[in-house]
Design a protein around this ligand. Structure first.
Ligand code: PMP
Length: 384
């Protein structure tokens, strides 16, 4: 959603404004329907019904069965559970894991953690277009590969992987390899049908699709077994014990339902904003676009080599425009994604990520492009 007043919020891949109706539902759940879903009385039952309704809404967006949806504290937890819980459950079958090198840290670090437990991790670099090819995926899989991770949409560049083809290639090589997909930047934005997609686990996060922060979900295909990361309760089949965050879960359900209903309309708006921004930015001297041309229209990654990301980011901030330097979670670290795509260090160090939501207006992105041009000219002069 657009930011208030004179600010232009173009950092929607970092987080989104909560849908006001979802926020209202949170308030209602916290102050009126605040029962514990495990309680045996009517208030507990009503809370449980809300959780189950949300499970069906998330399943509806993913075209899966509600029984296959687990609620978590967000995609970091979902990814950790899928990677660590999946690999540990498969330990007896083998000890190899293949991971796309442009994954989010919550997948990469979880895989690295498994190295300490004796797993061998094979990192698969993206091509210059930021994507993983199905052939490359197949080549990395052998009979000992227990887990394969590939994200749907990259959070820095918006590059979209052909998950159907990649997962099919992996499964053709070894049908027992678990396939995990981080769909955080794609869920609710691109159509997904888990009835057809041959993945075993898939994660999403509430705050990327207009629900609150600190809530997420993990799709776990029926009959796929994961070992829990937490112990101490029977909630959610014991796989994710702890009292459910009922208020945020209800809001996530509502946001998923809305995302499903408005997907096409929102997508066309993002396409319009992205087209305008790309056109304008290419008129700026020295600017280059790091995202592939067929990337998700919600994300554009641009560089003005020689001008550091943070310098331009703060210049834009002074004009009321909020963007990101690479991924918000990395705070200043050089992007492993752009580096793995083979971009020069100069280009990597000047990268900015602009990410849209349907409430942004064409004039917002025009202003952002104009301010980038102004910043580039002013800051370049200052350095001479
Ligand atoms: N995966 C991707 C691709 C992301 O963009 C993010 C959020 N930056 C996460 C995982 C982590 O999600 P959360 O903030 O819900 O833990």
């Amino acid at each position: 959603m657009a930011a208030e007043g004179n600010t232009i919020y173009l950092d929607n891949a970092a987080t989104t404004r909560c849908d006001p109706e979802a926020a209202q539902l949170v308030m209602q759940m916290l102050t009126r329907e605040y029962g514990n879903p495990s309680s045996l009385h009517a208030m507990g039952f009503r809370a449980e019904q809300q959780v189950e309704r949300a499970r069906a809404q998330v399943a509806g967006l993913l075209k899966s069965d509600p029984k296959e949806i687990l609620f978590t504290s967000g995609a970091t937890e979902s990814n950790n559970l899928a990677v660590i819980g999946g690999a540990r459950a498969m330990r007896r079958r083998g000890s190899r894991i293949a991971v796309f090198a442009a994954e989010h840290a919550s997948v990469l670090e979880a895989a690295r953690h498994l190295e300490a437990e004796g797993f061998e991790v094979c990192l698969l670099p993206p091509g210059p277009d930021g994507r993983l090819s199905p052939a490359q995926a197949a080549e990395a899989v052998d009979e000992k590969t227990v887990l394969f991770c590939c994200m749907l949409v990259n959070n820095e560049t918006g590059a979209v992987n052909d998950i159907a083809a990649i997962a099919a290639a992996v499964k053709a090589k070894n049908p027992r390899t678990l396939f995990h997909c981080d769909a955080v930047q794609g869920a609710g934005k691109l159509p997904l049908s888990l009835k057809k997609l041959p993945v075993d686990t898939l994660s999403l996060s509430g705050h990327k699709l207009y629900a609150p922060k600190g809530v997420g979900a993990l799709f776990i295909r029926s009959r796929v077994r994961l070992l829990p990361l937490l112990y101490g309760g029977a909630q959610q089949g014991g796989l994710r014990p702890g009292t459910e965050n009922t208020a945020h879960i209800a809001a996530l359900g509502l946001a998923c339902e809305r995302a499903g209903m408005k997907m096409q309309e929102r997508f066309e708006k993002a396409q319009q904003l992205c087209r305008i921004f790309r056109e304008k930015i290419l008129q700026v001297e020295g600017a280059c676009i790091n995202s592939p041309t067929d990337a998700s229209p919600y994300i554009v990654n641009v560089s003005i080599p020689g001008l550091r990301s943070e310098t331009l980011l703060h210049f834009l901030e002074s004009r009321g425009i909020f963007v990101s330097s690479g991924s918000a979670c990395k705070k200043g670290a050089r992007s492993h994604v752009l580096s793995a795509m083979g971009l020069s260090p100069e280009r990597v160090d000047s990268a900015l990520r602009i990410s849209f939501c349907p409430d942004n207006m064409p004039q917002d992105v025009e202003k952002a492009a104009a301010c980038i041009a102004e910043g580039a000219a002013t800051l370049a002069r200052a350095r001479r």
